[in-house]
Write a protein that binds this ligand. Structure first.
Ligand SMILES: [Fe+2]
Length: 172
């Protein structure tokens, strides 16, 4: 028998590669490489079993990069939910589907938001995130996820978004 064993991803090797991609190309090009790698990691059943299936927290930060501040986060989202249109402030985010299905909407900006006044957005398209699919949202990209039942994701945020003040957007 030949040795067909594949070297699996660990959180440490995954995080180190993400770090190297961001360091080499801090803009969208580096993030696209992180996004491709996340898609591969989501197809690694051992990785998913360890970091996704074992996680029962809605937001579980697995890793925060000491140099760039990006976070690798496991999510256990229970039950159906529809979220409103939003961006990620001055940051970016990558959504990686591990279990279940996310219906994602993209929105076009019609009127900018401020702290006082919600922005206005127009629906652009709807698509599905299924297990193994990862999608990058750069600064200002507007989207709204919804789910018909429970899901599990790995998301990467350019910075810990719980510490960022966000504006509201209303569909027109
Ligand atoms: Fe988002």
């Amino acid at each position: 028998m030949g040795n067909m064993e594949q070297v699996g991803h660990t959180l440490e090797t995954f995080a180190a590669k993400c770090h190297d991609f961001i360091k080499a190309e801090p803009g969208p090009a580096g993030r696209r490489k992180v996004c491709e790698l996340l898609s591969q990691v989501l197809k690694d059943e051992q990785f998913v079993a360890k970091y996704v299936d074992n996680n029962d927290k809605e937001r579980n930060i697995l890793y925060q990069d000491p140099e760039f501040g990006f976070c690798i986060i496991a999510h256990d989202y229970v039950g159906a939910k529809e979220s409103g249109p939003h961006d990620h402030g001055h940051s970016w985010a990558i959504y990686g589907q591990a279990r279940g299905e996310t219906q994602m909407n993209d929105w076009s900006l019609i009127e900018k938001a401020s702290a006082e006044v919600p922005g206005k957005v127009k629906h652009a398209r709807t698509y599905k995130l299924t297990p193994g699919v990862a999608h990058l949202y750069n600064e200002g990209d507007l989207h709204s996820p919804s789910r018909a039942s429970s899901t599990k994701l790995i998301r990467i945020e350019g910075t810990d978004m719980t510490k960022v003040k966000r504006f509201k957007f209303l569909p027109v």
